[in-house]
Design a protein around this ligand. Sequence first.
Ligand code: ADP
Ligand code: MG
Length: 319
Amino acid sequence: MNEFELIRQYFARPATDAVLGVGDDAALLRPTPGCELHVAVDMLVEGRHFFADVDPADLGHKTLAVNLSDMAAMGAVPRWALLSLALPRADTGWVSRLASGLFALAGRHGVTLVGGDTTRGPLTLSLTILGEAPAGTALRRDGAREGDDIWVSGELGLAALALAHRLGTLDEELPDEVRGLAEARMDRPEPRVALGVALRGLVHSAIDVSDGLLADLSHIAAASGVAGEVWLDALPSHPWLEARRAWCAALLAAGGDDYELCFTAPRSAREAVLQAGARAGCRVSRIGMIHAGQGVELLDAHGTPCYLGRSGFDHFDTP
Ligand code: ADP
Ligand code: MG
């Protein structure tokens, strides 16, 4: 099968939400008048972001999910995607499963694949996502203010737990049920798109947690010129992790791949934030406070700072 047959067979679907989709030199899109266009790209590289033996359907899901998470963090509704693929060989069974995972998630979020690029090379996937939101409503990183509450959605640390288990760095056996849940969170994250939209107009700042809570929150703190304190005891997770808070602090506060939203909002918005979470069908937890100053600290039950060694994942951090 050649390049063009591969594209036609697996990636060219009718583009109902585009003037022109896959098949020409460029796609033609018609953004909603009065909206701003939100554009983001994320790349997944074999050996860096996924294991060589990954289920291609999971990989297709995750490639789109990590980008949808960026739209969620901006409060944008995702609409269009472009997929760039470097494949070592044209393995049609593999590509078909990749496409099935990607299109299943795309369908659930009303996202249309409108183009991409396909080449031979070391297995790499790069997806560009385009979304929109009414002008002026974007949830940015630079709006946190002194006195804001810090919130996080969902549960932290499960994907990092699955990774630690896989790498054999856990010194405790995982119950099967916990391992299954953790692996599902690592392989098939569910981006918080509905929550992002529900938080428009309520929050001062937002980011998605992909590299680790403290690392991502420190981007908000730096962009906003403020400091943050996070309470270890308040971090939401699975009961198994919550029962081992001290031991699992690094997984909870600095584990990667959570794809939850971390955001700050004024005290006066507490009730509205809880209602937004309920509308979006997603738990939201108050986990800390924004102060004057700089940096982000994790505090234990006695208010003593915990030092984890690292706050999150960095591709160019020297060990
Ligand atoms: P060009 O030579 O203009 O770059 P290509 O031959 O690379 O065009 O691609 C042909 C068409 O197929 C284009 O519309 C492109 O957007 C689309 N396309 C290529 N690869 C993919 C892919 N992996 N997923 C979706 N569309 C793709
Ligand atoms: Mg091309």
